[in-house]
Write a protein that binds this ligand. Structure first.
Ligand code: FAD
Ligand code: DHB
Length: 394
């Protein structure tokens, strides 16, 4: 067994782990990243597409925003579609801010590039990763690469290993409080090399189910449709996906959908999940390892970014000033933001999706809510403020 030492062991090289690694590197804090997959596998996962300004600012800070600024698409609003009509929510007019549409894959690729340039260690294909003694002063991480066993001794462990990772699962059950709610069904997503059907994102409510028209570039589109929970991916051919998507869109949008072969197709769940607290001694959870939101509000990646901003700040204070005040406040500070995003994401999902469990009364309330949302300036502003996100000092 080889033994190595670092200041912060980061488990998971998704966006949270990579961004944290870079923020710590810039503060002169040594860190090692351990990722169970290959870099190519991580880049093959097609996920989020919308970045808040605070996330963009963080990526600028770590010098990973050059492509984002040339290739990312700044959107000043979204369209809500229902009753066969489009209703624009003008973020810029209502909040003074917009969002940037740029795929998580590309964010991750650029973070991998700056990580490689930093010279800090990243270990891909780390197997059997396990965390130890984080409730004492000398935590360590054990893992294997091939047949070789390794031990990484450290001051802190950052759990950035996503919802299915091992860090949260290593915390004794009695120390964790879990809050979870699952919305029936999931999102079937398709990526296709076709031009987007609309200049901005279209969030469509329809009696057959929710649909979302998103995009990655003028020649690459990302579409989603709500599907029943038990639905198998294999039961959706490209043709059946395009037909169902168009059925759920107002004619002026449906007529502009260009179809083509899918280059990726996957189903994502609609889950709300929060683990409390996010700190256990010297183990700190960040991103999906600690919380999940249904994708409707486009908050998952943005929350992961704000967690690691708080975490890097807290660790910096520990090393630079010998103060643990920010580490002590870490969980509470993140959770305030997390719960605000949970509220928004659940609400936006409930207003726009078809629930098989809804009563006729519930459906009428949903219609009234949508109509209020586009007619009331206060309601539109609330949607816009939550969608474009909170300033970092919230
Ligand atoms: P992840 O991106 O999950 O990264 C965790 C990393 O840890 C992975 O690379 C994983 O391989 C690694 N890992 C796991 N276990 C171990 C281990 N034992 N040892 C070492 N490494 C490990 N958000 C949106 O805003 N919009 C969307 O459309 C959207 N779609 C999504 C679809 C799916 C299927 C999923 C799962 C999430 C989606 N999200 C979406 C959420 C968003 O992508 C996440 O919030 C974001 O990826 C969180 O980043 P993260 O770094 O915390 O976790
Ligand atoms: C995308 C994903 C989302 O969850 C969302 O709300 C908007 C866009 C996307 O993948 O482009």
């Amino acid at each position: 067994m080889t033994t190595q030492r670092t200041q912060v062991a980061i488990i998971g090289a998704g966006p949270a782990g990579l961004l944290l690694g870079q923020l710590l590197h810039q503060a002169g804090i040594d860190n090692v990243l351990l990722e169970q997959r290959t870099a190519e596998y991580v880049l093959g996962r097609i996920r989020a597409g919308v970045l808040e300004q605070t996330t963009v600012a963080l990526l600028e800070r770590v010098n990973a925003a050059a492509r984002l600024h040339t290739e990312g698409l700044v959107h000043d609003g979204i369209e809500l579609a229902f009753d066969q009509q489009l209703h624009r929510i003008d973020f810029r007019a209502l909040t003074g801010r917009g969002v940037t549409v740029f795929g998580q894959t590309e964010v991750t690729r650029d973070l991998m590039t700056v990580r490689a340039a930093s010279g800090r260690s990243t270990i891909y294909e780390a197997a059997d990763v396990s965390v130890h003694d984080f409730d004492g002063d000398h935590p360590c991480v054990r893992y294997r690469v091939g047949d070789a066993a390794h031990e990484l001794r450290c001051d802190f462990i950052a759990g950035c290993d996503g919802f299915h990772g091992i860090t949260r699962a290593s915390v004794p059950e009695r120390s964790l409080r879990i809050y979870e709610q699952v919305f029936p069904g999931g999102w079937l997503g398709v990526l296709s090399h076709v031009p987007p059907c609309h200049a901005e994102l279209v969030y469509a409510h329809h009696p057959r189910g929710f649909a979302l028209c998103s995009q990655r570039s003028p020649t690459l589109s990302r579409y989603y449709i709500q599907v029943p929970a038990e639905e198998a991916l294999s039961s959706w051919s490209d043709t059946s996906f395009w037909d169902e998507l168009r059925r759920r869109l107002p004619p002026e949008v449906a007529d502009r959908v260009t179809t083509g072969p899918s280059v990726e197709k996957s189903i994502a769940p609609l889950r709300s999940f929060v683990a409390e607290p996010l700190r256990f001694g010297r183990l700190l959870l960040a991103g999906d390892a600690g919380h999940i939101v249904p994708p409707t509000g486009a908050k998952g990646l943005n929350l992961a970014a704000s967690d690691v901003e708080y975490l890097s700040h807290a660790l910096n204070e520990h090393y630079a000033e010998g103060s643990d005040a920010a580490l002590d406040a870490y969980s509470e500070r993140c959770l305030q933001r997390v719960w605000r995003a949970e509220r928004f994401s659940w609400w936006f999902t409930s207003v726009t999706h078809h629930s098989p469990e809804a009563t006729e009364f519930g459906r009428r309330l949903q219609q009234a809510e949508l109509s209020y949302l586009v007619r009331s300036r206060a309601a539109s502003t609330s949607l816009a403020e939550n969608y474009v996100g909170l300033p970092m000092d919230f």
